[in-house]
Design a protein around this ligand. Structure first.
Ligand SMILES: Nc1nc2c(ncn2[C@@H]2O[C@H](COP(=O)(O)OP(=O)(O)OP(=O)(O)O)[C@@H](O)[C@H]2O)c(=O)[nH]1
Ligand SMILES: [Mg+2]
Length: 728
């Protein structure tokens, strides 16, 4: 038979939680962003104002203020992560805690409608040995799954704590080592509690073979008939059973006898207060971490009972764990019920009065619960009325209220953090802008002095080129002299024998004569073809002189440090956005001279002297080899003489060209109308690179301040967005 439960359902609660999870996630994200920006701000603040060790009181408190806020944000984020965990659960879960034999399993039987075969209880010794998760489902089928420990997990959780707690050495490295070694016995004079633990450890050790084959870490489905052997600690004859030791948890999924109950999980726990069990504290902690609500069960002895230290210790352990959870606004008194188990076996064994006494005594003993109820846990009707009736009207409401108060607490925490961040930013914004060290007067002074220095050096260079402008350019004229010398050496080596030999091979003096002239002509043109290299060298020289002044007097040597490209290439990039400078430098840089363009056409006609069609001296029949030798020498010398005249003039032209090139360049780049303004702009822009010792530090400070302002703006953006969202 299923009864119906009205009012707010667990499903609605869970649906509401899904929305909360989104909010929580957003808040975590916003806090991350705020914390990042504040940290960046703090970092930037310390570098912007002055060196940290030189901070005054106000600066110190500003920096500390940001650090404190960041720490608070981290703490709040931790809370939010906890909340996220709480609100992400698919089920509402209620954990049942209490000392052994108090009726926990009995209550869960009544709640879930399952019988003692599935949720075993017993009238003898400690009964429930493992924690069971009993989850309501819509399916009619009862699904039971058991999850076993791995060997390592079992060793860590069920064996090692004994060694640590009792201070037993040596500690085995793993389960295998524990299995083969002898189980330690109590030392002389140990207290009874320790002796009980030693005994339990030995009991586990000696009976490992009964369950160690189950330590696989696997889960398996089991039938109802198998539950007992995996869950209980003793059989009906009080003989110990050991398989429960291998079980990490039991999962029972079944329909609870109430429709529309929703996703509820009840957790049955082994009884607390077993002196021989060692890891109860960890077990309680784990449970409290998992559940939304705790039910404490206590069955007062009808012959008289009081709250004992074990009760108080359990309450205290839960209370501490909840506090450690750090979920704001949640304390044990908000999410726990005390159920006093009313047993009425006969009038002599009716503990109702004792239940009342203990209900009254709870608060006196410092135990506060959100509600206290006296219920006969065995009585399904009563349980259903008082607890399940309450699940909707009280549990759900309580949990829902709790959720609301957690969220509103967290929201107000968030608001307070954001408001403090806003106040802080407003305070930081009022900070003085670091003094702008880029004093224009200083720059002007530096620039003007550089300008004078540089112009002076260029004037000197121009003067030097001017003084040479009527002289033959040494490099080019020397080349002619060298050519002349080479040709003359060749001429002197020429003999009548050479001429005779040539005549004999070519068939006539005429042919030999023409052949020799042709050979000299070729020599001369070959020599001159090297002139392009010399012209290149000449221009490179003068360009080099100009660049050297720009580097030294113009302080542009930083350009040489830029990625190894030539000075003039980088210089062009550097002045790229000052077009007048760029154009002038570019045409100076690209200016070229070529032999073919500037000289060849002038000396071409003089070479005709050595060309057969234009010969000055033609042979007569009587001419001998010695005549021909003379004619050749004469013609070549005449040709060289003519060329020399051209060369002298042309070499002068070269010097003139160099002078005009320089003069034009200087006119454009230093003397034109906007020249100085253009350079001033260039130097102003590049002042840090040009005068690093003067402007480097100030620039760095300015950059840091700009960053500081940026972080302030970013932080403001984050805080404003948050405040806007709240008001929407
Ligand atoms: N008559 C009566 N007996 C009860 C009631 N509650 C529990 N008992 C009996 O008390 C004994 C212990 O009950 P359990 O439900 O197994 O107790 P437990 O708290 O689960 O015990 P552990 O699992 O050992 O911690 C069983 O024999 C129950 O039948 C009750 O309300 N009325
Ligand atoms: Mg039990």
């Amino acid at each position: 038979m299923t009864s119906s439960i009205k009012t707010p359902t667990l499903t609605r609660l869970i649906d509401k939680r899904k929305l909360i999870v989104n909010d929580v996630q957003n808040s975590i994200q916003k806090l991350s962003s705020l914390s990042y920006n504040l940290s960046a701000l703090e970092n930037s603040y310390t570098t912007t104002t002055s060196r940290e060790e030189d901070f005054d009181e106000d600066q110190k408190s500003n920096a500390e203020g940001i650090q404190m806020l960041v720490r608070e944000i981290e703490l709040e984020q931790k809370h939010l992560f906890k909340l996220k965990e709480r609100f992400s659960k698919k089920n509402i879960s209620i954990g049942v805690l209490g000392l052994a034999r108090q009726g926990k399993s009995t209550l869960l039987q009544s709640l879930s409608g399952l019988n003692s075969k599935i949720i075993p209880g017993g009238s003898g010794l400690h009964c429930t040995g493992v924690k069971s998760f009993i989850t309501n489902s819509e399916s009619e089928v009862i699904d039971i799954g058991v999850k076993f420990y791995t060997r390592e997990h079992f060793f860590q959780h069920r064996i090692l704590p004994y060694f640590r707690d009792l201070g037993i050495t040596p500690i085995p490295k793993n389960l295998a080592e524990f299995e083969v070694s002898e189980s330690p016995g109590p030392k002389e004079g140990e207290n009874p509690a320790a002796i009980s633990k030693y005994k339990k450890l030995r009991d586990i050790h000696d009976n490992l073979s009964k369950f160690n084959y189950l330590l696989t870490g696997l889960s398996k489905r089991i039938s109802i008939d198998e539950i007992q052997e995996y869950v209980i600690q003793h059989d009906e004859n009080r003989n110990p059973i050991y398989k429960y030791l291998s079980v990490e948890q039991l999962d029972i999924i079944c329909p609870f006898p109430y429709s529309d109950l929703g996703d509820l999980t009840l957790i049955d726990m082994p009884g607390i207060g077993d002196t021989s069990t060692i890891d109860e504290g960890a077990m309680v902690k784990e449970l409290v971490n998992k559940v939304d609500f705790l039910l404490f069960i206590r069955k007062p002895d009808p012959l008289g009972d009081v709250w004992g230290s074990v009760d108080l210790d359990l309450y205290d352990a839960c209370s501490k764990t909840i506090a450690e959870l750090g979920i704001p606004a949640v304390g044990i008194k908000d999410n726990s019920f005390l159920i006093l188990n009313h047993v009425n076996i006969n009038p002599a064994l009716n503990n109702y009065r004792n239940c009342q006494d203990m209900a009254d005594g709870a608060e006196r003993n410092g135990m506060q619960f959100s509600d206290v109820a006296i219920i006969d846990c065995m009585n399904k009707e009563e349980v259903s009325q008082k607890i399940l009736g309450s699940i909707s009207s009280s549990f759900v409401n309580k949990i829902s209220q709790l959720d609301d108060s957690i969220i509103s607490h967290s929201k107000s925490n968030l608001l307070s953090i954001f408001n403090r961040a806003i106040a802080f930013i407003a305070h930081l914004e009022k900070l003085e802008v670091p003094e702008n060290d880029l004093d224009l007067y200083i720059f002007k002074e530096l620039f003007n002095s550089l300008w004078n220095f540089q112009t002076n050096e260029f004037e000197n260079l121009l003067e030097q080129k001017y003084s040479l402008k009527n002289e033959a350019n040494a490099l080019t004229y020397n080349h002619f002299l060298e050519t002349e010398r080479n040709i003359k050496v060749l001429l002197n080596k020429l003999t009548e024998t050479d001429i005779n030999l040539s005549r004999n091979s070519l068939g006539s003096f005429n042919k030999a004569y023409e052949d020799f002239l042709n050979e000299y002509k070729t020599h001369i043109t070959n020599e001159f073809s090297q002139l392009d290299d010399i012209l290149l060298k000449t221009l490179r020289e003068i360009k080099g002189e100009v660049y050297s002044i720009l580097r030294n007097q113009g302080r542009l040597s930083y350009i040489d440090q830029v990625n190894g490209a030539p000075f003039d290439r980088i210089l062009l990039d550097e002045v790229d956005n000052i077009s007048e400078l760029r154009n002038s430098i570019s045409s100076f840089r690209n200016f070229q001279l070529s032999y073919l363009g500037f000289l060849h056409f002038k000396i071409r006609e003089h070479l005709d002297i050595l060309t057969p069609d234009y010969l000055e001296i033609r042979l007569s029949r009587s001419d001998s080899a010695s005549d021909i030798l003379r004619y050749v020498r004469h013609s070549v010398e005449a040709c060289l003489y003519q060329i020399q005249k051209e060369f002298r003039k042309w070499s002068q032209d070269i010097n003139m060209i160099l002078f005009s090139l320089l003069e034009e360049f200087l006119n454009q780049i230093f003397r034109s109308k906007h020249a100085k303004d253009n350079w001033e702009i260039f130097y102003q822009r590049n002042r840090v690179k040009i005068w690093p010792e003067r402007f480097g530090v100030a620039e760095e400070k300015q950059n840091q301040y700009a960053k500081f302002k940026l972080y302030i703006e970013n932080t403001k953006k984050v805080t404003n967005e948050h405040i806007l969202n709240i008001h929407e």
